[in-house]
Design a protein around this ligand. Structure first.
Ligand code: KMH
Ligand code: ZN
Length: 274
């Protein structure tokens, strides 16, 4: 099996700092958190940033601050900026962090209900962001919340619209997308292999209570994982995480249980063709 790539989504756009004071929101907090997570085995950091009021922002100035702070604390970590932003952001705002030419970014593959909001990813938005991603030589992670989005991703790859290497991320458990039922992951992985071939690079991000069981399933199945406070606040029922590193540590335990090596950053770069 491939060595296990652990992605950590340390901040996100939805969680409020007032409610979760240990959420890293400043550049300094994000850099410290990145270093702890990298030292514990996370090789990719999925990055959203916050403004001076700890509100989500797509401002280049705040991305630049966090990006520089994380790079200097943790030069080997692979930075993956969001192009999902928050549900309020325009496509142009969502594309802003690509100006930093990071190694990776997310690319969301369809419109959906996102809790009580609408997460707008019409084809115009997807094609615009895909074009921006490729013009900055960034490797996309395709965010798949349901079956139709996987099939659409297949179309983009097979029509040559998405030309670079890519990673698939199944995001399961958002209210409005497929749930974190283990059968859903099994089915989506089977389907992804049919569309892209046996060696497709895939990972799972489970939302809330789905995070840890889906990661365990992915580790057993030979896939990769994303953990972190963007998606989940609890390490067990009623037990809040105190830091993103708590989740990375749990991934290490699961990797040992299923005899998976943890990928180094150079192994992850090789798998991602970065
Ligand atoms: N904040 C969500 C609306 C991504 O980063 O690409 C979208 C999101 C996905 O977090
Ligand atoms: Zn995100």
């Amino acid at each position: 099996m491939q060595p296990l790539i652990i992605t950590v989504a340390i901040t996100g756009a939805e969680i409020s700092k007032d409610k979760v004071p240990h959420l890293p929101t400043t550049a300094e907090e994000q850099a410290l958190e990145a270093k702890k997570c990298f030292d514990a085995g996370a090789t990719i950091l999925h990055l959203h940033v916050r403004d001076e009021n700890n509100e989500p922002t797509q401002s280049l100035m705040f991305y630049q601050k966090s990006y520089d702070a994380i790079k200097s604390a943790c030069p080997e970590m692979i930075l993956q900026v969001t192009t999902g932003g928050s549900v309020k952001d325009t496509p142009e705002m969502r594309a802003t962090p690509l100006k930093l030419s990071p190694e990776m970014s997310s690319l969301n593959m369809g419109t959906m209900n996102f809790g009580d909001d609408i997460f707008m990813n019409d084809t115009r938005t997807i094609l615009y962001l895909a074009e921006q991603i490729q013009s900055h030589n960034v490797v996309p992670e395709l965010e798949i919340y349901d079956l139709g989005m996987l099939e659409y991703a297949g179309d983009l790859v097979h029509k040559g619209i998405l030309k670079s290497s890519f990673k698939i991320q199944f995001v399961l458990g958002v209210r409005g997308g497929a749930s974190g039922d283990p059968d859903n992951l099994t089915f989506l992985v089977t389907k992804a292999k049919k569309i892209f071939g046996e060696n497709v690079l895939w990972s799972v991000a489970g939302i809330g209570r789905y995070q840890l069981p889906l990661c365990e399933q992915a580790i057993q199945m030979g896939g990769h994982v994303r953990v972190g406070l963007e998606d989940n606040l609890l390490i067990a029922k009623g037990q809040p995480a105190t830091s993103n590193v708590d989740f990375v540590n749990i991934m290490n335990e699961l990797a040992t249980k299923y005899q998976r090596q943890i990928a180094t950053s150079s192994q992850a770069r090789r798998l991602l063709a970065l």
